[in-house]
Design a protein around this ligand. Structure first.
Ligand SMILES: [Zn+2]
Length: 306
């Protein structure tokens, strides 16, 4: 039996490219995934349809699925486009502009991208694919300006959506990205999209390597306000958790990178507890769950500018 739970956005990177197993999806795998969506009654829709429904405040059907591809790798054109065409599945491909502009060997040409745009939409994924939290405001704005200018000049379209390189961002990066007028911004935090999702912080699960589509489709969107943590703590110690959800849950789950999941007590949907956990990674995720609904806070260490 299929369990539908909110809409989901997925991201692929490379296809049938065994040189990069952690970011690759094999042809067997993608065919299995597409069959699962088809046979399970899921509706693969263009990103635009989901964004418009969110803008209108209409209900988001539980069986909606949006497929995206980050980075304009050749392997999409060579190995995956024929499969997308066969299933008639729409997609949005997010372009790393410099790679095409400078003709990096593993990347698509402008001509190939134009051909691809007959089947899906082309969107923006930065000029130089930087770790955005490491750039100053000035550097960050310059990257957007340069990339958007070349994108429009070469493809004659204006990108409507943006994804962060490496999925790395914080509130400062988000604010600058938003100032460039995108209709929506999509992160790379596992989860789902519901009526109350933030158009400029839509959760998106990765379908690469050994990821499990069936498992990822079970997640629901959790509407939560993160009071603490808001950013990577200066001393690297996660002191406390203070999150308010729109539920009346008495307990939930808490995940912290390198620490796994634990059960936590909540009061009327609110979590407020001391942690004192030393973060070991540069990129950490704190996830709160109530049943199968989740909300993520991404904490990135090398944020020299905050
Ligand atoms: Zn990328």
């Amino acid at each position: 039996m299929t369990m539908w739970a909110d809409a989901h956005i997925f991201v692929y990177h490379r296809f049938g490219d065994s040189r990069h197993p952690t970011t690759d999806t094999t042809i067997t795998q993608i065919t299995k995934e597409f069959d699962y969506l088809k046979n399970g009654g899921y509706r693969v829709i263009p990103l635009k349809k989901l964004v418009n429904a969110l803008k209108d405040g209409s209900n988001i059907p539980d069986n909606w699925v949006v497929l995206t591809i980050d980075d304009n790798f050749r392997s999409f054109y060579d190995n995956a486009l024929p499969i997308f065409k066969k299933y008639k599945y729409p997609f949005s491909l997010f372009v790393y502009v410099e790679a095409t502009q400078k003709r990096y060997p593993d990347y698509l040409s402008w001509e190939q991208l134009k051909e691809i745009s007959k089947y899906g939409s082309l969107e923006f994924h930065s000029y130089s694919h930087p770790h955005m939290t490491r750039l100053s405001d000035k550097q960050l704005k310059a990257d957007f300006k340069k990339g958007l200018k070349i994108f429009k000049k070469m493809l004659h379209v204006e990108p409507k959506y943006f994804t962060y390189p490496y999925g790395e961002y914080d509130s400062r990066v988000k604010k600058i990205a938003k100032s460039f007028g995108f209709d929506a911004i999509i992160n790379q935090n596992m989860g789902a999209v519901g009526k109350k999702s933030d158009l400029f912080d839509l959760d998106r699960s990765a379908l690469v390597g050994k990821s499990n589509l069936k498992y990822l489709l079970k997640f629901k969107y959790l509407h939560a306000t993160w009071i603490e943590p808001k950013r990577y703590p200066e001393d690297g110690i996660l002191k406390a958790l203070h999150v308010e959800t729109n539920t009346d849950a008495k307990s939930g789950g808490l995940y912290i990178t390198n620490n796994g999941w634990r059960k936590i007590d909540m009061e009327g949907g609110k979590a407020n507890l001391p942690l004192n956990i030393k973060l070991k990674n540069g990129r950490n995720r704190v996830i709160i769950s109530i049943k199968n609904a989740i909300s993520t806070k991404l904490l990135i260490k090398d944020n020299r500018w905050n």
